[in-house]
Design a protein around this ligand. Structure first.
Ligand code: ARG
Length: 398
């Protein structure tokens, strides 16, 4: 049995109760780690809450830059959207937090790591598979999955044990957010037919009314500047969350297949992520050769699934990243997007290594395309279908 564990500590009711519960029931010492991955709520007060619940130490890390550079950038380059829609918001933060837990565990000589996820979700999978990849020697603890408390039980446990938990008013939704977006589950939305109530949206509350334009510049597939100003990726994402979100764009409403076999109704808002990915795909259309682009599209689904399923640290992702990086060699350039209330779309793109050839594409006098060559090309291209038609197909009925 572990003697000292590092808990991924959000500061919420469950993880606060988990601190004391693990001390009392498992006889361990607890070190709490709170990570800033760009979520809306601050970590203020977490130190007091963690120590108040009985933790022997509290660590806090600002991971926004590392999160953007090491997790969001590969995802953007890969255009990875789970089930064609979801930009993997929560699936991206877990492997980073797990990695930091392992580092803190080494620092404190801990022999275990713990998370506050329930047994029905994907996040437990992501934490634990990451621990398994990074530190198979550490024991894994999942108190919230095992204690069998209802929410009322947890509130009562906190009260009788004097654990400071802050406001514990009825929690309507299960929310997880970071730089890349926000997931909202439960409440009325457990009925897939019911429209999400207006009150669930935070990042995409529409306030802007006048049309606007912005330009994202990419280098090898990664955003490096906004409107010509070079900025770190995490700042670009934050700026676009505000700008694009203020137009009410960037919402998703989907029924999703969880790794644990449950179909679940999920709503998301990810204005910055979705605008960046829209722009990135567009720039690829200009700079990536056809066959390479086709193959990349075929691999994107696999990439997204892998990340969703908690296999961030895996040999297949390493190999896919190598492929993606090669595909991004010339994905450098600018994409211009326009915003109107509830709309965001690309209006222009340019790249130093653009494969768009005006002389080949134009219909005016500058046309360099050899029209006559098409005659023989099409005759041979259609030869198989022509033979089929004559012998077996529509033509054979004549
Ligand atoms: N369904 C999403 C995913 O699996 C979001 C999970 C959000 N987590 C949460 N605890 N509310 O990535």
């Amino acid at each position: 049995m572990a003697k000292r564990v590092v808990l991924a500590y959000s500061g919420g009711l469950d993880t606060s109760v988990a601190v004391r519960w693990m001390i009392e029931n498992l006889g361990v010492e607890v070190v709490c780690l709170s990570a800033d991955v760009g979520q809306e709520g601050t970590l203020e007060g977490n130190r007091e809450k963690a120590l108040g619940a009985g933790a022997i130490a509290y660590e806090e890390l600002d991971l926004r830059q590392e999160f953007a550079d090491d997790f969001l950038a590969p995802l953007i380059k890969a255009n990875a959207l789970y089930e064609d829609q979801y930009p993997l918001v929560s699936a991206l933060s877990r492997p980073l937090i797990a990695k930091k837990q392992v580092e803190i565990a080494r620092k404190y000589g801990a022999d275990g790591v713990a998370h506050g996820c329930t047994g029905k979700g994907n996040d437990q999978v992501r934490f634990e598979v990451s621990y398994m990849a990074l530190a198979p020697d550490l024991e894994q603890l999942a108190p919230v999955r095992n204690w069998g408390f209802t929410r009322e039980d947890s509130i009562e446990y906190a009260a009788t044990h004097g654990i400071p938990v802050g406001a514990t008013k009825e929690k309507l939704y299960s929310i997880d957010d970071n730089l890349f977006g926000r997931a909202i589950e439960c409440g009325e939305m457990e009925d897939p037919w019911a429209e999400p109530p207006a009150g669930v949206w935070k990042m995409t509350e529409r306030t802007a009314t006048e049309p606007a334009e912005f330009t994202v510049s990419f280098e090898r597939g990664v955003p490096v500047a906004l409107d010509g100003e070079v900025r770190p990726l995490f700042e670009i994402v934050i700026a676009l969350n505000h700008l694009v979100g203020s137009y009410g764009w960037g919402r998703l409403d989907m029924v999703e297949n969880r790794r644990v076999g449950i179909k679940s109704r999920e709503t998301y808002e990810a204005p910055g992520a979705l605008a960046i990915m829209l722009a990135h795909r567009d720039l690829e259309s200009l700079t990536v050769e056809r066959d390479l682009g086709r193959q990349k599209i075929a691999l994107q689904h696999r990439y997204a699934e892998l990340v969703y399923d908690g296999l961030w640290y895996s040999p297949l992702r390493d190999a896919l990243d190598a492929f993606v990086d090669v595909s991004q060699r010339h994905v450098t350039g600018d994409v211009r997007l326009r915003l109107e209330p509830n709309r965001c779309w690309v209006v222009g793109r340019r790249a130093p290594k653009s494969l768009y050839d005006y002389g080949l594409a134009t219909y005016d006098a500058a046309d360099r395309f050899r029209h006559a060559d098409s005659e023989g090309f099409v005759r041979i291209w259609g030869l198989g279908v022509q033979t089929w038609s004559d012998v077996q197909g529509p033509g054979s009925q004549r």
